[in-house]
Design a protein around this ligand. Sequence first.
Ligand code: PLP
Length: 401
Amino acid sequence: MVKINENFLKLKKNYLFIDIAKRLKAYKAENPDKELIRMGIGDVTLPLAPVVVDAMKKAADEMGVKETFRGYEDSGAGYDFLRNAVSGYYKSFGVNVSPDDIRINDGAKADCGNIVDIFGDGNTVLITDPAYPVYVDSNAMSGRKIVFANSNEANGFAAMPDYNVHADIIYLCSPNNPTGSVYTKTQLKEWVDYALKNEAVIIFDSAYEAFISDPKLPRSIYAVEGAEKCAVEMCSLSKTAGFTGTRCGYTVIPSTLVVTASDGSEVKLADLWGRRQGSKFNGVSYPVQRAAEAVFSPEGQKQTREAIAYYKGNAKIMAETLDELGIKYTGGINSPYIWLKCPDGMNGWDFFDYLLKEIQVVGTPGDGFGPNGVGWFRLTAFGSRENTVEAMRRFKELLKK
Ligand code: PLP
């Protein structure tokens, strides 16, 4: 008789977006004339940059010609042209990452989940809470012990290591989804020191690095000395260049990241990951890799930065509104997320219903991202300027004392 992975039965049901959809449906049925402004979804809304579309079309044409057609890519790690471009991108903000240490993928979510394959089930996993759900779910699926580090109002939603707690695998996300908080270099150094002391590995999710404009804030964990010995970094073009529907990202595992096997032999983590990917992943399509390469060209950077500036403009409008209203929040400056404290002691769902009923603005209750999210609320800057301005006008009208 087949045996299922019973860990799946223990997974917490993620009702958040289903509950939101249900409440919106009920509200729309009762109020068909009311226009909703959605500020809850973490997907981008602006189209791909023209230079990216041109590169993808040109590559698609190449695929239709015998002489330039491409089948499987030999290495499965990504074409050299793209790995070199990613390495050059890192260099542009002062970080050295060798093209040999980069593997191209079809987005960060899959690698964030799949990386667990190369770690034993006996590891203790540390995850900051609140968190992007894939870190918890993918480890719960293999029955690993998970401990949480609290990100809360007192620490500015930037949990720091506690040497009384042991961990073997540590998930960090900066700029953070959902809280928008960004670790400083000093804070990341503390995590790197903790990881080295515990002989642990950090999985660093930098999916929102492109939103950092403060040059003092690190856009990569490799800006911190010692990270090359203990950290894996996962990034994505989803938010950097609007690739949520195009699918491309990259994972960095430095060749200097060496772990010890139970027989005492030293193993390069990158070799394990290469072996895993070689068995289970067949690479990213050629047109998508050409499109991704275009993102890192000078023209691609110019065009994609315009979209980011637009979203950041929205975030600024939201932050200014909350400042004016005296509402506490994190994020918004170097992040597309604003994480605000619900007024008058409301919990996230009360505030959700209140905003929906009174001003028809939709956000995401923080409760869905973990226990530290209770009483907090996430808004995103990925909407249109017009909607953001209108939503904030309604916010002011409703919430000014
Ligand atoms: N990491 C974080 C923190 C995210 O918020 C997201 C998507 O929202 C991802 C990774 C996944 O991105 P991708 O589209 O590359 O799979």
